[in-house]
Design a protein around this ligand. Structure first.
Ligand code: ATP
Ligand code: MG
Length: 562
């Protein structure tokens, strides 16, 4: 699914070596989300990587719900994850799996570890387990229950499963090395008792496997060859390998770590995103200001732009913070090529064209895209009363102002050269309308003979205009790394101006029929219709602001920058 040839990276090198040396015959990767929240742009990096590698090496990629933590998981999240992966453009085919489907097999491997003397039932409390574990500078101590017999361990573990003990009364722990410098190897917990119904297994289980135990074994069950995860799991790799080595698994997957994606001016942890949603700091998981894929979809980000972004940032081993601008540039590049143009006025100022007949409608044929004739053209009506942008008129213009001012002239995009004859004010002294005239010799926007009009502005015919609400978005946070501000709650750093709602905006009539895709509103940015729109009330989101390279290259006359 990559838009360009995939760039080399260390994981591709490992896989190529594995295939060339014959160590692996095929490539099987997986994307293993926990269904405890909606996917975000960080997950997209992992999805593009895992599904991309499978495609490039003619292998397959599984979608696995890593659902071993019943308290926080739900069907709603699992369904949203599937929808998001599909929307991004990837297909798991028949390879949809659930760690919860492996509970019985995982349980059998736990008994195997007990029988081989590699696991025991511990009866320390959670607090005691923590104390016994020691710290980075202090070795752990063995639990007094570590020397229980195999028979006693098997009996206790089976009774744990049967529900004979209270939550927290016992755990199953591996017997590895309590003095290991790697804390993950100090007899990690494999199972805990938790009387919580699971969204898939209901109350069939009251013991649940820990992630570190379930993950490598789930990979092995599915025949995953390359188990790609983020860097924070590097210290867990010896444990991953220990389970693969000590359980009678059917395959030997290899864990490979890469640097997670971090983006400026946002947060990516699901816990923090959930806090923003439940605390009503945003409208929901699909709030267009969030880095969630549902949010970006609603905002109008094309999935291809997100894939390009993931390709562009590359795959490495060093954590970094990527500028949000890089993502926005990918969105802009995509939309600049693909989005049809339209005219809309966000802050309308009424213009009466005094020398144009009141009952006449003139239709101008306007190209939908300055660089792509295949996108065709449309008819745009012109009448005696039009709206222009308030910003495009100044009573006392500074030098170099090429838009409208009293006595000045400007080009109405695709229509006529307009001259401002008179400014009309209301009782409060506010400008209520402009009285203007057109030069009939400039039909279609041509320059008058012997003169060149520099400024071009957009406009909408007043009687034809659709009224709409337009939502403009800014950064969600006021600082680049809101998660990294020591001693400050990240919610204090929210940008109070991240959402600006404009009402009474006027759109050209063709936008009534607009589909899900984004449009360029000339000189204003890219916009898409929001799901809040109804037959009576249109709502548009600004996807991203404009920097139109077609204009920069002289590809069209679509005007001075707003
Ligand atoms: P969080 O810490 O926000 O809860 P998570 O990593 O626990 O995220 P999972 O559902 O377990 O969320 O993630 C599924 C997969 O996506 C994992 O393989 C994880 O490594 C990967 N992933 C999560 N966040 C990022 C990120 N920011 N960049 C790249 N990959 C990520
Ligand atoms: Mg996780």
């Amino acid at each position: 699914m990559n838009e360009t040839a995939p760039a080399a990276n260390f994981i591709r090198t490992i896989i190529t070596d594995d295939l060339q040396s014959g160590r692996r015959q095929q490539v099987v990767t997986r994307f293993p989300p926990e269904p405890n929240g909606y996917l975000h742009i960080g997950h997209a990096k992992s999805i593009c990587l895992n599904f991309g590698l499978a495609t490039d090496f003619a292998g397959r990629c599984h979608l696995r719900m890593d659902d071993t933590n019943p308290e926080k998981e739900s069907v709603e999240y699992a369904e949203a994850i599937k929808e998001a992966v599909r929307w991004l453009g990837f297909d798991w085919g028949e390879h949809l799996f659930y760690a919860s489907d492996y509970y019985e097999q995982l349980y059998q491997w736990a008994e195997e570890l007990i029988r081989t003397g590699k696991a025991y039932v511990d009866s320390l409390s959670a607090e005691e387990v923590r104390q016994y574990r020691g710290t980075l500078t202090e070795p752990g101590r063995e639990s007094p229950y570590r020397s229980r017999s195999v028979a006693e361990n098997l009996d206790l573990f089976r009774r744990m499963r049967r529900g004979e003990f209270a939550d927290g009364a016992h755990t199953l722990r591996a017997i590895i090395d309590v003095t290991s410098p790697n804390l993950n190897l100090r007899d990690p917990v494999l199972y805990r008792i938790q009387r919580v119904p699971h969204y898939r297994t209901g109350d069939a289980w009251c013991i649940y496997p820990m992630y570190d135990f379930a993950h490598p074994l789930s990979d092995a069950i599915e025949g995953i060859t390359h188990s790609i995860c983020t860097l924070e799991f590097e210290d867990h790799r010896p444990l991953y390998d220990w389970f693969i080595a000590n359980c009678s698994v059917p395959a030997r997957p290899q864990q490979i770590e890469f640097a997670r994606l971090n983006l400026t001016y946002t947060v990516m942890s699901k816990r923090k995103l959930l806090e923003l949603v439940t605390g009503r700091h945003v409208g929901g998981w699909d709030d267009p200001r969030l880095p969630t894929l549902v949010g970006m979809r609603r905002r109008g980000y094309p999935p291809a732009a997100i894939r390009t972004f993931c390709e562009r940032i590359g795959v490495g081993k060093t954590d970094s913070l990527i500028d949000m601008g890089v993502l926005e540039e990918c969105v802009r590049d995509d939309l600049n090529r693909s989005a049809p143009r339209a005219m809309a006025v966000l802050r309308p100022l009424k213009v009466v064209v005094e020398n144009f007949p009141a009952d006449e409608v003139e239709q101008f044929e306007v190209a939908n895209h300055p660089g792509d004739p295949a996108l065709g053209s449309r008819k745009v009506p012109f009448t005696r009363e039009i709206f222009i942008e308030q910003d495009d008129f100044l009573e006392t213009p500074p030098k170099g102002f090429f838009r409208l001012f009293p006595g000045g002239e400007v080009r109405l995009r695709g229509a006529y050269i307009l001259r401002c004859e008179q400014v009309v004010r209301d009782g409060d002294g506010q400008i209520s309308e402009l009285r203007c005239s057109i030069d009939p010799a400039t039909r279609g926007g041509a320059n008058p003979p012997g003169r060149k009009i520099k400024g071009t502005i957009h406009w909408v015919s007043a009687p034809h205009a659709l009224e709409a609400e337009v939502r403009l978005y800014d950064r969600l946070f006021t600082v680049a790394n809101p998660g990294g501000e020591k001693g400050r709650d990240f919610k204090e750093l929210l940008n109070p101006d991240s959402l600006q709602v404009l009402t009474g905006c006027r759109l050209e009539p063709g936008l009534a029929a607009v589909d899900g895709g984004s449009r360029q509103f000339e000189r204003l940015g890219y916009f898409c219709r929001d799901q809040d729109s109804t037959a009576e009330r249109l709502v548009f989101n600004r996807t991203v602001t404009l920097r139109d390279s077609w204009v920069a290259k002289g590809g069209s006359d679509s005007g001075v920058a707003g």
